[in-house]
Every structure is written in C-alpha cells, then in structure tokens.
Write a protein of this length. Structure first.
Length: 301
C-alpha cells in the first residue's frame, strides 16, 4: 500500500458493538486516501473476530493489532509508531466521522503544511443530534496552540484533532508502571510548550457517542486511580505561560489530587517552586480550598 494521507488510529477495548458504526462511517468517506489502524487493548468480546471479518472486504486498508490491556495511552503509543499515514487522526471506537470529514481536512492540509510551526488541525466534535461539544473555536485567529485555546480563550469540551505524524511521534504519552490512564492533554500541552500551533476550524469533523462505561464517564475515578499521571499533568500545566486564574485553578487541582493520592501538598508546592514562581497569595487559598473541597470527591477522599 502506498503511503496514505491519513491514518485513522482507533484504540478499542470491548467495543465490538460500536465498531461497526465507525467502520461504516469510514467506508462512506468522500475522501478515501486513508488506512484504518485499530489497536485492540485486550478485548474479550469478539472484537478480534469482527476485525478479521471486516478485513475480508477492507484488505490492506485495515490493519489491526492485539495488545495486552495497558490503557488507551499505551495503545496510542504503539499505534503512533506503527501508523503509515502522513497525518494521524485519533478516532475512538464508539464514535464516527461525518462522511465529508476527511475531505474537509484534506482541503486544510496545504495551509497547515505551509506553516512551519503548525502541528495539526483542530475542528469541532458534535453529539449524535448535531450539538457542538463545548465552545466553538475562535474565528479571529487561524493558528493557536492547544494550551492558549484552553486557558486564554476558554475553549472547553472535546475537539477533533489531527496531527502531522512526525510531530505526534515526537511526543509519546508518558507511561507509569501500574497505571492505565493519563489525559491526552498532557501531550497536547507538551506540543504547545514546544512552540507548535494548530490550525483551527469550525468545520465539524467528528461525531461523539459517549458510552456510559467509557473513559469520559469515568474521568474523576480514573484520575484518582492513576495519581502519577494525574499529578504530572497538573505540574506541567502550572509550567505553562497562562493567565493567573488558570494557574490558580490547576494549583487547586494539584493540591486536591495530591491529598487523594496521600501525598504531601507542601511537597508538591516545593516541586513547583523550583520550576516556576506561583504567587504565595494564590497558593495559600488553593491549599485551603483543596482541604475543604476534598469532601466533594466523596468516596475517593
């Protein structure tokens, strides 16, 4: 197979009942210059058999690999290294793409390639009824990094991200022994810290269909159960050049999760002070709020 323009990278765990809808959305794409790479993170529900059946009609356009269950981030690291496409589009196994998603992305690639510091493209995600998730992207800029979009423009909610393959491979997800989750924002913000931006568009590129047992539904639980990755994210967020309200919020989160991980909040403050000055006036209420707010985390405290 020649080098495809896109690798659709899907990690999956026990989603045989949703993969068919994603496969159908890919087969319906008006732009077909892609491969579909599926990394099965230890499924036991017949996912492998489904993928083998699909491969009979897909041929070498579909590749799939079985890995021992280790979490989405480990499966993504494997997929990023194995992808053949020039661009990597991470698409979850319970979601799908609008039929013109890759066509729209293709029209933006020349503009993104012409910008040396552009790492990828960010567009909108919608729910199955067409409602935009979170805020729309700004119309007054064309290129902006992921951290600035979050902390300076207040853009929240999941977005569709496509990355140049060589860039994404340069920023693998951190892996901690015994932990099976880390937020993808760790990598998106590391890319931002390196000085790279994203081409932003309000084109709809992705349809989300959140499952009740999915990662999004278990976000708090996963962060609590995986403290090394969680605390790393908040430490690195506090290293970003972001406005003070964002620093304060992430300082509070760092204190809260250090308490839940039974770590010393004071030690976490000292680690930060070696990297970046956080005004004491901000950290003191953050520490007080962290102790007070731990009760809101219920059974995880």
């Amino acid at each position: 197979m020649q080098t495809p323009r896109f690798t659709i990278l899907t990690t999956t765990y026990n989603r045989a009942h949703t993969l068919g809808a994603l496969a159908a959305s890919l087969e319906a794409q008006t732009e077909q210059d892609f491969e579909w790479l599926v990394v099965d993170d230890g499924s036991s529900d017949g996912t492998g058999e489904l993928l083998k059946a699909l491969s009979l009609s897909w041929g070498d356009k579909l590749r799939f690999e079985y890995r021992t269950n280790g979490g989405k981030h480990r499966a993504l690291n494997y997929g990023m290294s194995a992808a053949r496409g020039r661009w990597i589009f991470i698409v979850d196994s319970d979601d799908r793409l609008p039929t013109d998603a890759l066509e729209k992305a293709s029209r933006l690639i020349a503009e993104a390639d012409a910008e040396p510091d552009c790492a990828g493209i960010m567009g909108l995600r919608v729910d199955p009824e067409g409602g935009v998730l979170g805020e729309r992207l700004p119309d007054d800029v064309r290129f902006m990094d992921a951290a600035s979009l979050t902390y300076r423009r207040g853009i929240r909610g999941d977005k569709a991200e496509l990355f140049k393959a060589e860039v994404l491979r340069s920023f693998p997800f951190p892996e901690f022994e015994g932990e099976t989750f880390i937020t993808e924002c760790v990598v998106w913000y590391r890319i931002a810290r390196s000085g790279k931006t994203l081409l932003v568009t309000n084109d709809v590129l992705y349809v989300c269909d959140y499952q009740g047992d999915g990662l999004s539904a278990k976000s708090l639980e996963l962060r609590v159960r995986n403290p090394e990755g969680t605390l790393l994210f908040y430490r690195e967020a506090l290293d970003l050049d972001i406005p003070f309200p964002g620093l304060l919020r992430e300082a509070i989160n760092l204190m809260r999760f250090s308490i839940l991980a039974r770590r010393s909040p004071v030690d976490e403050i000292l680690k930060l002070s070696r990297r970046r000055w956080i005004p004491v006036l901000g950290l003191m209420p953050a520490l007080v709020l962290a102790f007070w707010d731990k009760r809101s985390l219920g059974g995880y405290a």
